[in-house]
Write a new protein. Sequence first.
Length: 277
Amino acid sequence: MLRLFFTTFLVLLSLAYAVPSTRAAQHELLPSQVLPASLGIIFSGQEQMHYEVSWSGGVKIGDIHLHITPEKSEPDSYAISAQVKSTGPLNVFYPVDDIFHCIVAGDMKLPLRYEVFQREGHGRKVTRRVTVYDQAGGVVTYQKNQQPHQLYPFKGKTYNEFAAFVISRALKLEADSHIIVPTFADNKRNEVAVRLLKKEKRPSIFGERQTLKMQPIMNFKGLYEKSGNTLLWLTDDQCRVPVEIRSRIAVGSLVAKLVGYNNPACPGLQQAQQRKQ
């Protein structure tokens, strides 16, 4: 169960894995739908976020550390990295220590490469998964450990889970409107509709802040069986920091609350965090 929690929680963060769209038209995310100032702050190269994850808002089951830094292996690129570690009494039953690393590039921060290193269970066996996105050629290449490569064609441009989560923070949304973020999942290109529900005040590490209450419109099979099960709250400013994420699951709910934030490009929030401490 713990492995399921952590794996699906990163999916929760990413707004990904929607059911394929049945519409004939194919949607693309356009530069005009993104706030350049917010994207510049998010990709300042120094953003760090720490979330505590709990089950049903009570029992803490782990931590997620998320970093966005410049990537030297590709021009004009950044690395979105996360470490997920289990904590507390549940760690006794199924320890988790996973690393996720995604390289994005270009004005729209599209994914180029995604690596996952899963070290889970008492045997601590490491599973490595590598996904390469050929945005120009329209092909995704996937490999698990030393198994043969698998190729999946797609049309248009596509995000993956981490890239979709980050770009969604900078969407130019109006109240009760949505924007489609194409996301590759389940071996195909899917469409995730990200909706702004309303603005509301929310407690956070920065004090009580005005936030944007957002919802990815998706329809999962398996663990997530209904659309609209996930909600997240972003600070209503240019930094668009996710302060809380909630998702109903088959048993209870998952809650992630931001407990640590660092980004020199957001001095106002850093000062507010220091005052709150």
